[in-house]
Design a protein around this ligand. Sequence first.
Ligand SMILES: Cc1cc2nc3c(=O)[nH]c(=O)nc-3n(C[C@H](O)[C@H](O)[C@H](O)COP(=O)(O)OP(=O)(O)OC[C@H]3O[C@@H](n4cnc5c(N)ncnc54)[C@H](O)[C@@H]3O)c2cc1C
Length: 335
Amino acid sequence: MGELSSFLLKHKRSFPIGLSGKTGMGYILTGGISPLSRSRGLAIDQIKEIQGFWGNGKEFHLFKPNTKKESTFEWKALCGAAIFFGIITKVKLKTQPLRPLLSWTANLSFSQLSECINQAESWPKSLSFQWIYGEDIFANAIGEVKNTDNESVLINLLERLPFSRNKTIKKFNDMNSLPNLSLGNKINNNSNHSEVLGLLGPAWKENNPKVLKILKNLINKRPNKSCYIASQQLGGLTHFNDLDTSFIHRDAVWKPWINGAWEAYDLSKRKRTLEWMKECWNNLEFICPGVHLAQIHPHLEWHEKELSSAYKDWLPKLQEIKAIYDPRNIMPPLK
Ligand SMILES: Cc1cc2nc3c(=O)[nH]c(=O)nc-3n(C[C@H](O)[C@H](O)[C@H](O)COP(=O)(O)OP(=O)(O)OC[C@H]3O[C@@H](n4cnc5c(N)ncnc54)[C@H](O)[C@@H]3O)c2cc1C
């Protein structure tokens, strides 16, 4: 995605890549939530053509339907659940005009995180808030500047955010140049293994103090220092009316994700971390009923639950489509 963004920069165009330039095609196929998704839509919303081979070996080449009525089950399945059906060899993507980006970054206290989330929930769609909570709390806000007036509106909103230290506001040319959402070297421990589970849910509003209290409790008992909980903001215009995709949680406002880490090859520590992840999921489910399958876990007992939380009522139809196009389960299982 970073290469795509840098290539488009030369042509004054952009694509809503995610928080990291390092992700590949899987970013697009699994939804692709960008800090710009609130206004630009998901990565799957930009797909105009898709080519590849179904699990049954047959080739396909599908075009984006003009209206929801013209949409086919196959198109809908490939937009958001493609990794279960086949190998994608080519996509044609819509690109967008390149606009400058504003980036706000800072370290926050616990109560400042709560206040920032509150403020972000009433922001315009051109601004989004991301945070990561582990050993420390670090946050970033990313805004797309449409014109000079809009820039001062965004800067005013960013200046209202509380912070404890290291606040910066900078302007960037493209998504690939933005600072990483990370807690620094402390979490980049190569001797760890990890799993990630992405959740989706509505605005926290009056539940904000309750959710924050739950988060604090979960972080305090995390089994490994590299475990953390982070979140991206989405929602708003991601639900374009003419789109029919397998990303059914169009009204989600937050995508919190749980990063569980343990010392590599230590099976008892792995078990503890997976239990902590499940505890996080159970505790947050009331405010995050959905799942974003950016990562799939066919090797874990919660695979069935993550599938049903990701696709809800649409799952049985996806399973029918899979029985036709990938009858031997060459691709990851949908059960
Ligand atoms: C640092 C980092 C930041 C991230 N930030 C974001 C973010 O901001 N927003 C977001 O939505 N997600 C984000 N993710 C999640 C990421 O988008 C998913 O993990 C995605 O699946 C990664 O795709 P990949 O191609 O890089 O990885 P891979 O592990 O190669 O692929 C992921 C999955 O997609 C399948 N796949 C890949 N290519 C194809 C293909 N051509 N045809 C069929 N199946 C294929 C693979 O088999 C695998 O199941 C982030 C992940 C990381 C590591």
